[in-house]
Design a protein around this ligand. Structure first.
Ligand code: UD1
Ligand code: UDP
Length: 382
């Protein structure tokens, strides 16, 4: 069997790596296509070598641009690749423009779309990621959810029927269920757990960070459009991060979108003069090491909220809502909103909850379940 996998943004390289290894094990041929949505070496290239991801057989080189242009370019270029490669199914991850364009190209060519990280919702309809993930779910044939809540979201939207179980699926059940459910929806667990488990004990150097990593510090990431694109919101967040740096060391690996905004708004020099340790985006092993040792993680990232929980670090999220509500309910994640007036107090008082952690994101074997689901596609979805 031959599948085509579409990647293009940082978290997609990280999610694709464990799956590529499993596909190889079960003898499925994978054609990896990199859309080039992310292209800086620190946002894309470094992950191939670090995570053992195979070199892409096609690089679409779309680069940055407005949503329509980026999505349209991927769609046009991917269609040609699909004609050339003749895959039996197309795999997409998450909720980026690369996800939607990949799904749309495949669905229009009558190929089954396999959506990994299906069913997530923020219920903020203006968010580009919410548009991408909802549309992708509606045109997918195989919807592989990371947790039970995502399955429930798909039931509410009528994509999954009410009989679908929301617990972690077993391999036997995959075979059985595939024969009768179209579209096929199940909870395979979160593939980020697989990737995180394989890297979290790797020790790496992080240049330019001195002794900070051995001390007491807060790790900050920021990149979402709704954080950066409104100058007042953005300035408010940066001002509070500077306030925080007066009380505790702050380490801030900066996403290129955010770096651009810092320069455009003149905030870069202000941040530079403050006591904030600004870094380039880091490799996965470096970033996981920084997360593991942080007192608290402050972020607007989806993946980072989840990894904070998995690494047992308290998280403060600079958003009004989250797709990962279980982390909030469990007491590990506080939603402070996009106008985080109380950031300093919230971070300094954030604690590890007393209750033991429960397994919110599966058992670290999502990649092998996904490979099983993919190999079942050819028998059932013709
Ligand atoms: C994208 C995804 C977002 C995901 C994030 C992961 C969409 C709509 N958004 O957001 O869901 O959380 O990736 O990191 O798909 N840039 C560079 N170099 C790069 C990449 C980007 O300079 O390698 C700059 C460009 O100025 C670009 C901007 O960052 O315009 C935004 O990049 P884009 O891919 O449009 O969105 P992200 O914010 O990265
Ligand atoms: N990450 C990384 N280097 C960094 C920052 C983040 O490797 O400097 C990893 C992080 O561990 C997580 C993923 O990138 O696995 C999250 O990606 P991002 O925040 O860009 O996107 P989101 O998850 O919000 O879509």
């Amino acid at each position: 069997m031959r599948v085509l996998t579409v990647v293009g943004a940082r978290p997609q390289y990280i999610k694709a790596a464990p799956l590529s290894k499993e596909l190889l094990k079960v003898g499925i041929e994978e054609i990896l296509v990199d859309t080039g949505q992310h292209y800086d070496p620190q946002m894309a290239g470094i992950f191939f070598a670090e995570l053992g991801l195979p070199e892409p057989s096609h690089s679409l080189g779309v680069g940055s641009g407005p949503h329509g242009q980026m999505t349209g370019r991927i769609l046009e270029r991917l269609e040609e690749v699909i004609v050339d490669v003749e895959p039996e199914a197309v795999v997409v991850f998450g909720d980026t423009n690369s996800t939607l364009a990949g799904a749309l190209a495949a669905a229009k060519m009558s190929l089954p779309v396999i959506h990994i990280e299906a069913g997530l919702r923020s219920f903020r309809s203006s968010m580009p990621e919410e548009i991408n993930r909802k549309l992708t779910d509606h045109i997918s044939s195989v919807l592989l959810c990371p947790n039970s809540q995502a399955v429930d979201n798909l039931k509410r939207e009528g994509i999954a029927d009410n009989g679908v179980g929301s617990g972690l699926i077993s391999v036997d059940e995959i075979k059985h269920q595939f024969k009768r459910k179209k579209p096929f929806v199940c909870n395979v667990g979160d593939i980020m757990v697989d990737g995180l488990n394989s890297i979290k004990n790797v020790d790496v150097e992080i240049d330019g960070i001195g002794d900070v990593v051995n001390g007491d510090y807060v790790l900050v990431t920021l990149h979402r459009a709704e954080s950066t694109d409104d100058s007042q919101v953005f300035k408010g967040m940066i001002d509070r991060i500077i306030d925080l740096s007066k009380r505790i060391s702050v380490v801030f690996p900066i996403h290129p979108r955010t770096l651009k905004k810092l320069h455009e708004t003149g905030l870069f020099n202000i941040l530079k003069q403050a006591d904030v340790q600004m870094l380039e985006p880091l490799s996965y092993a470096q970033f996981v090491k920084l997360q593991s040792n942080a007192r608290v993680i402050v972020t607007d990232s989806g993946g980072v909220q989840k990894e904070a929980y998995l690494l047992s670090r308290p998280c403060v999220t600079l958003r009004d809502e989250t797709e990962w509500t279980e982390t909030v309910k469990a007491g590990w994640n506080q939603l402070i909103g996009r106008k985080p007036e109380n950031l300093v107090e919230t971070v300094l008082s954030a604690k590890v909850p007393d209750e033991p952690q429960v397994n919110l994101f599966g058992d670290g074997k999502a990649a092998s379940r996904i490979a099983q689901c993919i190999s079942s596609v050819k028998y059932t979805l013709q």
